[in-house]
Design a protein around this ligand. Structure first.
Ligand SMILES: Nc1nc2c(c(=O)[nH]1)N[C@H]1C(S)=C(S)[C@@H](COP(=O)(O)O)O[C@H]1N2
Ligand SMILES: [Mo]
Length: 199
């Protein structure tokens, strides 16, 4: 009798080394938004980085595209337990965006069109771990997935990847964002399964 192969093609992928604990694989790309989808025309889009002293860098769509662009392939892990492996993006590294920022602040709050916020240590955005992405799978990023541009911080749960990004604020004191004040974990590392406050 042939041995039974378990977990192949099903949802039990606990053995798969690329999946953090408690996650299952999806092939589609679910949309998770806490409110309505803002529609921001690229010619009205802007991105600002504001330091703790109020000093501000600002890019419009053309200036943002004039920055060095990077293609990245990354795995996404949502706190609602789906993971999508090998997603392709194009955007600007946070190392590039923050290169000329003078700061002694250790924390960042990302601000989105529509009011969503999320926080993280500045160090989590540096060292080629985070991007502001405008292209997904060789197509302009769709509004429901955060277009014109979203933050992409794939090593943290996906709620940290703010869609419709418009601002990054550097702060000396950590300021929990939308989901972090609603009970999600402040750090959100999928490999340590930091889903909820107290995990
Ligand atoms: N501005 C904004 N960004 C957001 C959200 C949101 O509601 N608003 N949802 C977050 C959550 S909880 C998740 S899981 C991901 C979902 O991204 P997706 O819709 O592209 O899958 O976006 C994150 N970024
Ligand atoms: Mo989420």
């Amino acid at each position: 009798m042939a041995p039974v192969t378990r977990g192949f093609g099903g949802r039990q992928h606990a053995q798969q080394p690329e999946l953090p604990p408690g996650q299952y694989l999806v092939e589609d790309f679910p949309v998770l938004s806490a409110g309505p989808t803002p529609h921001v025309p690229p010619d009205r889009w802007e991105l600002t980085v504001t330091s703790e002293t109020g000093e501000q860098l600002r890019w419009d769509w053309d200036a943002f595209h004039a920055l060095p662009q990077e293609d990245v392939v990354v795995d996404l892990h949502c706190v609602t337990r789906w993971s999508k492996l090998g997603t392709s993006w194009r955007g600007v590294s946070l190392d590039t965006l923050l290169a000329d920022v003078e700061t002694s602040a250790d924390h960042v709050v990302a601000h989105s069109y529509g009011g969503y916020t999320t926080n993280m240590p500045l160090d989590e955005l540096l060292h080629h771990k985070a991007w502001v992405a405008h292209t997904y799978d060789d197509e302009p990023l769709s509004p429901e997935h955060g277009g014109p541009a979203r933050l992409l911080v794939p090593h943290l749960y996906l709620w940290k990847s703010a869609k419709w990004l418009t601002g990054l604020t550097l702060t000396p004191v950590d300021e929990p964002g939308f989901w972090e004040t609603a009970g999600y974990h402040n750090e959100g590392d999928p490999w340590r399964e930091q889903r909820y406050w107290g995990d």
